[in-house]
Design a protein around this ligand. Structure first.
Ligand code: PLP
Length: 405
């Protein structure tokens, strides 16, 4: 197929040419001063992205799944109790990871498509007065299977109101560097992400941010661990090095990505762009007469939209059609949502015209697969959102022009 393929799954995301070029270079000695300078450049910028002054950043050659494991084994000992939400595929897998590692996991079950519920958390923590209290609460900031963003600050407030001492461990895999993350303000203890989403890199890095309290917990506690033990990593990275062979070229890519996000566009601009693009996609979905799986507008995800299929329409068929006819990749329904929803990724390196092309392709695939819609309706609705932004994308920060006053 001529032209470029459209990778609009909710991660991995499109790689900017600049990042490809930054990684297209010889590997350097990871014990050299040049390498130490690279580490010293990326760690403070990552801290900014997490929204922390105090937190320590640990970078693993791993994926988000590895970062889940790292976030758990450093602060929890086998047999300790944790409380987790289940309201989507990834929150369920995060909880299962904890179970597999030998922790005792209690679940707050919620309908898929709902955000993590602060009131329910507070009630469960208030009732937790036994001799073996929960040691951690697990939450997913942005549920990638349902397109729902949860209010992490509200979860922290619920924990405070219950007067509970558990650590707050947050998966920010499909939110970090696309949605504002306030590690310090929300007093998160451990946050984790992967490189392949908002950071616009290939898969291959698992990144964790740990609070002083979490670091302290890990000093003498935690589980038996080796590769994910953050203690030797923190020791060596103070001098710019790693206790193992790092993913050198990905770190060059990371430095370039952070320059683009933090220095050039500015994080407020990045968040405003994601908000605008997401509003355009949601307007299109609405114009097609289809439903967003997320029923609460306050929790709409600005990194992906999960679209509910009309009765009798299999999302896999539409996704196949979009891929085969137009070279457009969209996210399938995961777990119990298989065939029922289709996910449009709108995060990472992305602009208005790319969103319009994605919607144009999807609109044709939907029509060809039997969804009754007027061609152009979704694209036009999205254009109306975008033309309200008079000077184009708000690249230098500030509120989105498409935001109501
Ligand atoms: N958590 C969330 C919210 C995710 O979206 C994903 C993957 O998409 C993961 C965890 C797992 O990450 P990985 O596939 O990089 O192991």
């Amino acid at each position: 197929m001529s032209g470029r393929p459209f990778l609009q799954i909710p991660g991995p995301t499109n790689l900017p040419e600049r990042i490809v070029r930054a990684m297209s270079r010889p590997v350097i000695d990871h014990r050299s001063p040049e390498f130490a300078a690279l580490t010293r450049a990326v760690v403070p910028a990552l801290r900014q992205v997490f929204g922390t002054r105090e937190g320590a950043v640990i970078i693993y050659p791993a994926s988000g799944t590895g970062a889940w494991e790292a976030s758990l084994v450093n602060v929890l000992a086998p047999g300790q109790r944790v409380l987790a939400f289940e309201h989507g595929h990834f929150s369920a897998l995060f909880a299962q990871t904890a179970r597999n590692l030998g922790f005792e996991v209690d679940i707050i079950p919620l309908p898929w498509g709902q955000p993590a519920a602060a009131e329910e958390l507070e009630a469960r923590l208030r009732a937790d007065r036994g001799p073996r209290p929960y040691q951690a609460v697990l939450a997913v900031h942005n549920e990638t299977s349902t397109g729902v963003t949860s209010n992490i600050g509200a979860l922290r407030e619920a924990m405070d109101s219950a007067g509970h001492e558990a650590l707050l461990i947050v998966d920010a895999v499909s939110s970090l560097a696309s949605l504002a993350f306030c590690f310090d303000d929300w007093r998160v203890d451990v946050a984790l992400t992967g490189s392949q989403k908002g950071l616009m890199l290939p898969p291959g890095l698992g990144i964790v941010c740990a609070s002083p309290r979490a670091i302290e917990r890990g000093q003498s506690g935690g589980s038996p661990r080796n590769f994910f033990d953050w203690r030797p990593i923190l020791r060596d990275s103070a001098a710019g090095f790693f206790p193992y062979t790092p993913a050198t070229l990905l770190l060059f890519g990371l430095r370039e990505a952070l320059t683009m996000l933090v220095v050039e566009e500015g994080l407020d601009g990045v968040y405003a762009r994601h908000r605008l693009l997401a509003e355009g996609v949601r307007a299109a979905v609405h114009a097609w007469g289809l439903a967003n799986l997320c029923a609460q507008p306050a929790c709409y995800s600005n990194t992906l939209t999960a679209v509910v299929m009309p009765d009798g329409i299999d999302s896999d068929a539409i996704i196949r059609r979009a891929r085969e006819r137009f070279g457009l990749s969209l996210g399938v329904g995961l777990g119990r949502l298989k065939g029922k929803v289709m996910r449009i990724g709108h995060l990472g390196a992305l602009n208005e015209l790319e969103v319009l092309a994605t919607l144009g392709g999807l609109e044709m695939a939907l029509l060809e697969c039997g969804v009754p819609l007027a061609l152009g309706s979704g694209v036009a609705a999205c254009q109306h959102v975008f033309v309200r932004a008079p000077a184009g994308l708000p690249r230098q920060g500030g509120p989105s022009p498409a935001e109501p006053a």
